[in-house]
Design a protein around this ligand. Sequence first.
Ligand code: INI
Length: 158
Amino acid sequence: MSKKEIRGDLDGKGMKISIVVARFNEFITDNLLKGCLESLEMHGVSANDIKIYRVPGAYEIPLVVEKLAIQKNQSAIIALGAVIRGSTAHFDYVAGESAKIGNISQKYLIPVIFGVLTTDTIEQAIERAGTKAGNKGFEAATTAIEMISLLKKIDDGI
Ligand code: INI
């Protein structure tokens, strides 16, 4: 029996991307945004097709993501934030709320990518924002492009 494996490509030409980025822990989220934009540019997404929405903290991300998803005019939405347990008494609430974007993705059938760091320490967050452990923002953008492409293939009956 022949098997067919389908995966998304990494050609971002023509894709329209919205980025929702939290200002809280801005020294981290700025680096996530930098990595995210680097990946989008590297994969051919036009600067004219990128919109950046700033929100106060990760807790506010889902509302703006849902507001954008409802418009149905974006290829994907990328959420960027940094929730650090060490300095957050209500870590679980903030991190848990930000993760609700998964439900929005499924409700509106649009890739919503979780580029929110949830770490125990500031050091871990720094590592994942472009130093030792890659850049989660870069990964989020690459994932967005791959998922847009994969969904399109399904739409095209591939
Ligand atoms: N928001 C974050 O994005 N990261 C955090 O680590 C954080 N801490 O530490 O509390 C944080 N809090 C703010 C929160 O996201 C809301 O903006 C605030 O509670 C107002 O609704």
